[in-house]
Design a protein around this ligand. Structure first.
Ligand SMILES: Cc1cc2nc3c(=O)[nH]c(=O)nc-3n(C[C@H](O)[C@H](O)[C@H](O)COP(=O)(O)OP(=O)(O)OC[C@H]3O[C@@H](n4cnc5c(N)ncnc54)[C@H](O)[C@@H]3O)c2cc1C
Length: 502
């Protein structure tokens, strides 16, 4: 169906491969001395480092900075295929949220005490973000005004209750509190918002400013960064112990300058969804697209709907909508049901899917009809690496020298801070006595369940997604979803995956 411009919810804007609105804004604010080509030349030839980090997003950058703290003399290189922050770290929604809403599944997996320790560790990482940005002069646009989850249809009512009750039972009831409809309306008035829950220890950032700020500080601290350089994923090592001394791990690279080899004592794979094709983890990641639209500045509309407190808002759909405001009074809203990628490949469906961007724009106007005539200024997408339990997992491959932090499942801004602490401990041989590395999200016990092999995985994910989009559209329209749609949407749960409705 081709829509005429008059009823195109994107008003003619199309997503594409260009830099996101956030990243353009962040790059424009940088001094010329930081221009990518000057500071971070491509890599070619041979080089030797204590730690090689593959991927220059939040995970890679936080890891490098934490290694600098733990072992100031260590030599560290980051290899990034494009520019640091051009991946999801520079194009996400900017929600900085804790794991209190995930507490029941963590309790199920790790028990009360360890689940609590993990959620508290993430809160501590979030609490350290403001002081870190202040100490380093990074203007990441951090707004610490909390996170609001709402029900935007009767079928979503009470989606948070199991988690708010678990928090209360474990003495952390103020971390994730249920709100009555009137309390939700005090924060934002929408004809479709019902009750909700509030997480006070959360916030939002301008995501690309954070990523670029991390890059600037990393360079200042002597981290070597090579951009526009593609790394080949390291080969698996043998887990068997051998008395013979081992040579460094070799990472092959390619760039416009030619081929290269980086030798390293430890390698950290921080390539997020691009690890979807790395054999050791590929079966446990499902790459899914998510799209965001951003409006022109609309401070008057924000005042009209009473959304002036700066809290990020998400509904409780599976194909979730998430919206936040910006310093200049815009709304950025994402979600609405992207697609799964075959074999983990990051192709055009992650950048050019106008249908997914339209669904995000439709979702925005369903929340706030007052935005009907407001112009959409940009739309973009990116990959989300989903695991069965919706949480990042950190680990070390056999041989003990290749580490990974992956599977953030669309919640990586805050977890990558903690992830950097964990990965730095692993890459400096501190796994045994480090508090962060001893969290239950690290190691074999945290390994998420494998998804079915291809082509079943993608076909299954697409059929399931179609059913979920239809089911949730029907629920939002006040209709009862068809039986087939209901049955299909329940299949993942029946197969034992933690995805979709019961
Ligand atoms: C549209 C969207 C909205 C999101 N919204 C939120 C949100 O509001 N809150 C939240 O917490 N999370 C959100 N997320 C998730 C969050 O963005 C990620 O979890 C987080 O950025 C992960 O950081 P990372 O460093 O692990 O990955 P990335 O930022 O993806 O960094 C990985 C880097 O590796 C590079 N790379 C890949 N392969 C290679 C290679 N072979 N060689 C060299 N470099 C390579 C990539 O170019 C990339 O820069 C969202 C994601 C998307 C896509």
């Amino acid at each position: 169906v081709t829509r005429s411009d008059a009823d195109d919810p994107l008003g003619g804007v199309r997503p594409g491969r260009r830099r996101s609105f956030w990243l353009r804004e962040a790059l424009a604010a940088e001094p010329a001395a930081l221009a990518a080509d000057v500071a971070a030349p491509p890599f070619a030839g041979r080089g030797r480092f204590d730690v090689a980090i593959l991927g220059g997003g939040y995970t890679g950058l936080w890891t490098a900075l934490r290694i600098r703290e733990l072992e100031p003399a260590a030599t560290v290189v980051i290899v990034e295929q494009d520019l640091c922050g051009t991946g999801p770290s520079g194009r996400n929604g900017g929600f900085v949220t804790g794991w209190w809403d995930e507490l029941p599944s963590m309790i199920h997996q790790f028990g009360d005490a360890e689940a609590l320790r993990t959620a508290r560790a993430l809160d501590a990482a979030i609490a350290a973000l403001g002081p870190w940005t202040a100490a380093h002069g990074v203007d990441a646009g951090l707004v610490e005004r909390g996170f609001l989850q709402v029900s935007a249809a009767p079928a979503q009512d009470g989606a948070w209750l199991e988690a708010t009750e678990a928090c209360a039972r474990l003495g952390e009831g103020d971390r994730w509190q249920a709100l009555a409809p009137a309390e939700v309306a005090e924060r934002a008035r929408s004809p479709v918002f019902r009750a909700g829950a509030f997480m006070p220890g959360a916030g939002t950032v301008q995501p690309a400013r954070l990523a670029r700020g991390l890059r600037r500080v990393a360079l200042e601290q002597g981290i070597v960064i090579h951009e526009r350089t593609v790394a080949t994923m390291p080969a698996e090592e043998s887990g068997r112990r051998s008395a013979a001394p081992r040579g460094p791990i070799e990472v092959a690279t390619s760039s416009a300058e030619g081929g290269g080899v980086i030798e390293a004592g430890h390698v950290v794979v921080a390539t997020n969804a691009w690890a979807g094709r790395w054999r050791p983890v590929a079966g446990r990641l499902l790459n899914w697209s998510s799209y965001i639209v951003v409006t022109e500045p609309v401070p008057d509309v924000l005042a009209e709907i009473g959304w002036t407190g700066g809290e990020g808002i998400a509904d409780a759909r599976f194909t979730l909508h998430y919206g936040r405001t910006t310093a200049d009074g815009r709304i950025a809203l994402g979600g609405g049901g992207g697609r799964a990628a075959f074999g983990g490949r990051i192709g055009p469906s992650f950048t050019d899917d106008a249908g997914a961007a339209r669904r995000a724009a439709d979702g925005l106007r369903r929340w706030f009809p007052a935005l009907a005539g407001v112009r959409i200024e940009d739309a973009w997408g990116g990959p989300i690496d989903i695991t069965d339990d919706h949480r990042a997992w950190f680990g070390t491959r056999p041989g003990g020298r290749i580490h990974h932090g992956l599977g953030y499942s669309g919640n990586g801004v805050a977890p990558a801070i903690l992830g950097g602490r964990i990965l730095a401990a692993l890459a400096t041989d501190r796994a045994r006595d480090d508090e962060d590395a001893s969290l239950p999200i690290v190691g074999d016990g945290a390994t998420p369940r494998a998804f079915p092999p291809e082509p079943l995985r993608t076909v299954g994910a697409r059929v399931f997604r179609e059913a979920m989009v239809r089911r949730e559209q029907a629920e939002e329209a006040g209709a009862v979803p068809g039986r087939l749609v209901r049955e299909i949407s329940r299949i993942p749960r029946r197969l034992g995956y933690h995805l979709g409705p019961e």
